[in-house]
Design a binder for this molecule. Structure first.
Ligand code: ATP
Ligand code: MG
Length: 251
């Protein structure tokens, strides 16, 4: 349960098709999430990014395809099973329990762990987010947007996942907070976790990622080195059809 990836692992998505309202919005998607690395998933609004994350997390049931880890297929498993296998998701617009304290929000996320694992997990996430240790008794609703995002990430990380899928890291956050989170994502990957980062600020995601995928109309339109997209912004621009979300957050 608390095993970290050894650096050789890969979470392999193969041929995933996911329907919403009887329309396939993710179509035959294959994608690798290597351990100890950040992978970017980019794409315009409605591309199917959030749907893909929910399908991997077991919240939506893919019509076809597999999510393989250590030779095991997690596709169509229940969310608790996926989580226990070591795959954590931070869904888009993830909500905290607003009236509960920071401490209790952390405790809720650790409910399936042994007392020992929960204690170790709590120590680790508070080390990663010292801001939260200073606000343990504050109700979650009193936190700033940045602190709330840290708490959401802490909840996902407390069970020592091997893979972490983050849907919209920076949404609604001030640039100074976004910049605060960048080294944290790096540290998470350096600790062995395979991170899939969905991010409206393409430059931010590409700065963190080794590999990148562009999803558009439910299909993978590009997969390659993140540096390729950094150096050839035209590739990215054509996928986004010149939508205005490509810039890095202002300093
Ligand atoms: N609950 C739903 N019922 C039916 N269709 C949905 C539902 N949620 C999303 N869709 C549709 O599925 C498609 C993919 O949506 P999804 O939210 O996965 O895209 P996205 O890439 O995450 O977009 P965004 O960048 O805006 O978050 C869109 O066409 C969307 O309208
Ligand atoms: Mg989305």
């Amino acid at each position: 349960m608390s095993t970290q990836a050894d650096g050789n692992g890969v979470l392999e998505l193969r041929g995933l098709t996911v329907e919403r309202g009887s329309r396939a919005v993710v179509r035959d998607v294959s994608l690798d999430i290597p351990a100890a690395d950040v992978t970017a998933l980019l794409g315009p609004n409605g591309a199917g990014k959030s749907t893909l994350v929910l399908a991997v997390g077991g919240v939506l049931r893919p019509l076809t395809g597999s999510v393989r880890m250590d030779g095991r297929d997690l596709a169509r498993q229940r969310p608790e099973v996926v989580r226990r296998a070591g795959v954590a998701i931070v869904p888009e617009g993830r909500r905290l329990l607003p009236d509960l304290s920071v401490e209790d929000n952390i405790r809720v996320a650790a409910y399936s762990l042994s007392a020992e694992e929960a204690k170790a997990g709590r120590g680790r996430v508070l080390e990663l987010f010292p801001e939260l240790s200073r606000r343990l008794s504050a109700p979650a609703r009193a936190l700033s947007g940045g602190e709330q995002q840290m708490l959401v990430l802490a909840q996902a990380l407390i069970s020592s996942p091997r893979y972490l899928l983050i849907d919209e890291l920076s949404l609604g956050l001030a640039p100074v907070i976004i910049n605060r989170l960048v080294p944290t994502i790096r540290a998470v990957a350096a600790a062995g976790i395979g991170v899939l980062l969905i991010e409206q600020f393409a430059a931010l995601a590409l700065g963190l990622a080794t590999r990148a995928y562009i999803l558009e109309g439910g299909r993978i339109r590009f997969s390659g080195a993140a540096s390729e997209l950094r150096e050839q912004p035209d590739l990215l621009r054509s996928a986004y059809l010149l939508r205005g979300s490509l810039d890095a957050p202002a300093e």
